[in-house]
Design a protein. Structure first.
Length: 344
């Protein structure tokens, strides 16, 4: 097990909320360059993939998974896609159901433990780019879902490596964090989007989606009224207990980088299963003192203030993830194939 924690916050950004908020703002400056691919699902729904444009002969593939109410267009997804492309790795961003800009066809959507759409995206990548090594990176909820997949028998889907950033290892403690102090501000932001989607679903599926979900005052209440019942859980507590990533870390058997800040205001650093990670030689932990939630705005070049003025396009987080994935791919023998030009 390697311990990677050399992150130094940018001047004036040592506060976790500053890291979280500024990280979102500075990454939002970059324009995505995607081609969209729609996959029909076995249950009659669809998921949308966004494939980074411009790589004619990639050396590998990496699936990116966004956080709660994010999308392929979230800043950290765009900047990580670009950093991977600079290393010759093709990024494929999965938009979870209901997050691609178009309502999905069925009442259900996505949650922290749903893995079937991740598997579907990985299978598409293997068929579309045969012979290339594949990896996956999950951010926040996407990291939790990725660990749910990798911690199950056969869940690696022949990946050579993976990474997860700012994972809510204990979903209950994260729900609690969104109900106190500054956490309520983040909670209200998530709820605005979630309640809007709940209202739309209640109109289309009145026999399945209770209208009360659109009036939820906390994320826990929303999970009790919609996420849990619509996806087969008894209640929010059952959903949190069965899907929290801490249950799935120990069985992971491929190289994996886990990045987390101790001061994360949404996914408390105390929830990270440090001892479990440290006794597994295939897991590398970057547990930094500061960084907030999906922040990691560092000093100097990159996402820091000076870097932003200079137009730098990647920061510590993007470079750390890309370096880890790239090294794992270069250690893996593979047959390079050239995908059909322009056809997804």
């Amino acid at each position: 097990m390697n311990d990677l924690s050399a992150f130094e916050p940018a001047p004036g950004l040592r506060n976790p909320h500053a890291q979280t908020i500024v990280g979102r703002i500075v990454r939002r400056r970059f324009e995505p360059r995607y081609d969209r691919v729609r996959l029909d699902t076995d249950d009659g729904d669809f998921v949308d993939l966004d494939v980074w444009r411009g790589l004619e002969a990639p050396s590998g593939l990496c699936l990116l998974l966004h956080g709660l109410e994010g999308s392929a267009h979230s800043g950290y997804m765009v900047t990580t896609s670009e950093a991977l492309a600079a290393a010759g790795i093709q990024a494929v961003a999965l938009n979870f159901r209901s997050c691609s800009g178009e309502p999905n066809r069925l009442p259900g959507a996505y949650h922290s433990g749903r893995t079937d759409d991740i598997e579907r995206a990985l299978d598409w990548m293997a068929a579309r780019f045969p012979g290339l090594p594949r990896a996956a990176v999950g951010f926040s909820l996407g990291g939790n879902a990725l660990l749910n997949l990798l911690g199950r028998e056969g869940g690696g889907r022949s990946l050579v490596a993976a990474a997860a950033v700012s994972v809510p290892y204990d979903l209950e403690s994260s729900a609690d964090a969104l109900q106190r102090g500054m956490g309520r501000v983040y909670g209200r932001r998530f709820l605005r989007s979630l309640r809007e989607k709940a209202r739309e679903k209640a109109l289309r599926f009145p026999d399945v989606v209770a209208p009360g979900a659109a009036r939820a005052r906390t994320l826990r209440e929303f999970d009790d009224r919609l996420t849990a019942p619509i996806h087969g859980f008894r209640d929010a507590a059952d959903y949190y207990a069965r899907c929290s990533a801490k249950r799935f870390v120990d069985p992971v058997d491929l190289p994996m980088l886990l990045i987390h800040a101790r001061d994360d205001p949404l996914a408390p650093g105390s929830s990270v299963p440090v001892e479990t990670i440290r006794r597994r030689p295939n897991l590398s932990l970057a547990l930094t003192e500061r960084g907030g939630h999906l922040g990691f705005v560092g000093r100097g070049r990159g996402m820091g203030r000076a870097g932003a003025r200079a137009g730098a396009r990647t920061g510590w987080l993007e470079e750390t993830v890309t370096r880890y994935i790239s090294r794992a791919m270069h250690r893996t023998p593979h047959r390079t194939t050239h995908p059909d030009s322009g056809v997804f």
